[in-house]
Design a protein around this ligand. Structure first.
Ligand code: KG4
Ligand code: ZN
Length: 339
C-alpha cells in the first residue's frame, strides 16, 4: 500500500510517498523561512498563500522521484492539526480533493503524532512502549507512548516551547528567524558558559513540566547589562543552550526512571541540536537506556512523518473508506491524548 503524506501545518510544505512494505519512496520539502525572515516570525496569511503555490508541484515532484503515478496511491494522509488554521486548510483541501477524485481513503494525522513516530523511519528503531521528548517550535512535552494512538502526557511547558525559546533568544542576539540552528552554531564559538549564570527554571518542580520564558528574559537582562561583542554573544548563546539542555536532560532522565521505560525518543526541530543529542546519548548510555533520534532531515516539519503516521494507522486499525472520504476539517488546537 502506498500512502501520500501532506504536511502544511506551519511554514514548511512537505510531501512524501510511503510504501508499507518498501518504506519511504520519496519526499519533497519547501521551507518558507526566507519569506518570514524579514518579519521575525511566521506570518500566517503569507504561509497559507505559499503552501498553495508549492503543494501541487511538490506532489508532482514526489511522484516523479518515486517513479509512480497518482493512480498507484492507495491512501492520503494530511496534517489536520494542530497548527495555523489557514495553512492546515491547504493540506486539508488538496488531501480531500485527491481522495475524492481518486476514490481512496483520507487519514487525518495529528502533527505531533507524526513527530513522535518519526524515529521509527530509521533503523534501529524503538519498540513500544517508549518515552518521547517532543521539542519543537510550538511544543515541549514528555509523553509515554504505549502504542500507535496511545499517548499519555507526563508533562509539558507551562509557557514557551523550547524551540520558541531558542528562536526568541536568537532574535535578542540579532540572529535571523528561525534562530534555533543559528544560535546553536553561534554557541559553538562560545567558550565561557560558566561566565554567565542563567537559571534552570522548574528544575526542582517535582513534575515533568517545563518553563522557558524566564530564561529568555534572563538573556534579555544580560544583553542590556553587557557590551555585546561577537564573543559575548557566543558565550551567551552557549550559556542559554546549556541551560535548555540541562533542563531537557534532567527531566527526561527522571521520567525514564519514574516510568521504568528504557527507550527515549527525541522528536521535533530542537532534536536536531547536536549538543542535546550528545548529552542525551551520554547520559542515557550511562543509565543503561537507549536514545533514538530521527534523521536530521526529519526532525523539523516534513511530509515523511505524516505519510508514515498514516501508514502505521492503516496497518493498525484498517480504514473505513466511506466514513473518511467525505470529511473535511482542520483543528488548529488538538490534544494528542484525545486520539
Ligand atoms: O518541529 P519544527 O520544525 O516545528 C514545529 O512543529 O514547531 O521545529 C522548529 C523549531 C524552531 O523553533 C527551530 O528554531 C528549532 O526547531 N530548531 C533548533 C535547531 N534546529 C531547529 N533548535 C535548536 N537547535 C537546532 N539545531
Ligand atoms: Zn512540527
Amino acid at each position: 500500500m502506498i500512502v501520500l503524506g501532506i504536511e502544511t501545518s506551519c511554514d514548511e510544505t512537505g510531501i512524501a510517498l510511503y510504501h508499507t512494505e518498501h518504506g519511504l519512496l520519496s519526499h519533497t520539502l519547501y521551507s518558507q523561512t526566507e519569506i518570514h525572515n524579514e518579519y521575525g516570525g511566521v506570518v500566517p496569511e503569507l504561509a497559507s498563500r505559499d503552501h498553495i503555490r508549492h503543494v501541487v508541484p511538490l506532489i508532482k515532484q514526489a511522484l516523479k522521484e518515486a517513479n509512480i503515478c497518482l493512480k498507484e496511491v492507495n491512501a492520503i494522509a494530511y496534517t489536520q492539526g494542530p497548527g495555523l488554521a489557514g495553512a492546515l486548510l491547504v493540506g486539508a483541501c488538496i488531501g480531500s480533493a485527491l481522495s475524492f477524485a481518486l476514490g481512496i481513503p483520507v487519514l487525518h494525522i495529528h502533527h505531533l503524532e507524526g513527530h513522535l513516530l518519526s524515529p521509527l523511519l530509521s533503523t534501529p528503531s524503538p519498540t513500544f512502549p517508549f518515552l518521547a521528548l517532543l521539542v519543537s517550535g510550538g511544543h515541549t512535552q514528555l509523553i509515554r507512548v504505549n502504542d500507535i494512538g496511545q499517548y499519555v502526557l507526563l508533562g509539558e511547558t507551562v509557557d514557551d516551547a523550547a524551540g520558541e525559546a531558542f528562536d526568541k533568544t536568537a532574535k535578542l542576539l540579532g540572529l535571523d528567524y528561525p534562530g534555533g540552528r543559528a544560535l546553536a552554531a553561534l554557541a559553538e564559538q562560545g567558550g565561557r558558559s560558566s561566565h554567565f549564570k542563567l537559571p534552570r527554571p522548574m528544575r526542582h518542580s517535582g513534575d515533568f513540566n517545563f518553563s522557558f520564558s524566564g530564561l529568555k528574559t534572563a538573556v534579555s537582562t544580560l544583553i542590556k547589562n553587557h557590551k555585546i561583542t561577537h564573543q559575548v554573544s557566543a558565550d551567551i548563546a552557549l550559556s542559554f543552550q546549556e541551560a535548555v539542555i540541562d533542563i531537557l536532560t534532567e527531566k527526561s532522565l527522571s521520567a525514564l526512571v519514574q516510568t521504568g521505560l528504557s527507550q527515549l525518543v527525541v522528536a521535533g526541530g530542537v532534536g536536531a541540536n547536536i549538543q542535546l543529542r550528545k548529552r542525551l546519548f551520554r547520559e542515557t548510555t550511562n543509565m543503561g537506556a537507549t536514545v533514538f533520534f530521527p534523521e536530521f532531515e526529519f526532525c523539523t516539519d516534513n511530509g515523511a512523518m505524516i505519510a508514515f503516521a498514516g501508514a502505521m494507522r492503516v496497518q493498525k486499525q484498517g480504514i473505513n473508506c466511506q466514513q473518511l472520504m467525505n470529511s473535511f476539517t482542520v483543528r488548529a488546537r488538538w490534544d494528542l491524548e484525545t486520539l
